[in-house]
Unconditional design. Structure first.
Length: 129
């Protein structure tokens, strides 16, 4: 896997936003990790999943991978509440099917059906603006 050392472009947001960072581990199996990565390509991700993310209020989402550790960054308008956005996304068409599909690749400690149950929010311990 090639790492982009010059960084990744970030979209400028026209409104105030807030950022959430989450982590989740994949099962330590190279074939499962490769399949999970393929699910997250333009060809592999379901259009309904992309629609659910946007319709729930999320303005930007990125997932990074190191070995079997995933790191996700979510940005959304500052006036939205995390629990409401996650609940809205969980109830979108085909979202439960997507979560069930991706669960077989993930090491999850929580017994949950949706993303908010499986992905763990991270605490920011440093920032520089």
């Amino acid at each position: 896997m090639k790492i982009l050392k010059q960084g990744y472009p970030v979209a400028a947001q026209a409104i105030p936003t807030k950022r959430y960072c989450q982590t989740l581990d994949l099962r330590e199996d190279p074939e499962l990790i490769a399949a999970y990565k393929k699910l997250h390509t333009k060809e592999g991700i379901w259009p309904e999943t992309l629609e659910a993310i946007k319709a729930s209020g999320i303005s930007e989402m990125e997932i990074y991978l190191l070995d079997n550790r995933l790191f996700m960054i979510i940005e959304m308008p500052a006036n939205l509440e995390w629990d409401e956005v996650m609940q809205k996304m969980a109830n979108m068409p085909k979202q439960k099917e997507w979560e069930a599909l991706t669960a077989k690749y993930q090491q999850v400690t929580a017994k949950g059906e949706n993303s908010a149950d499986k992905w763990k929010l991270m605490k920011r311990i440093f920032h520089l603006y």
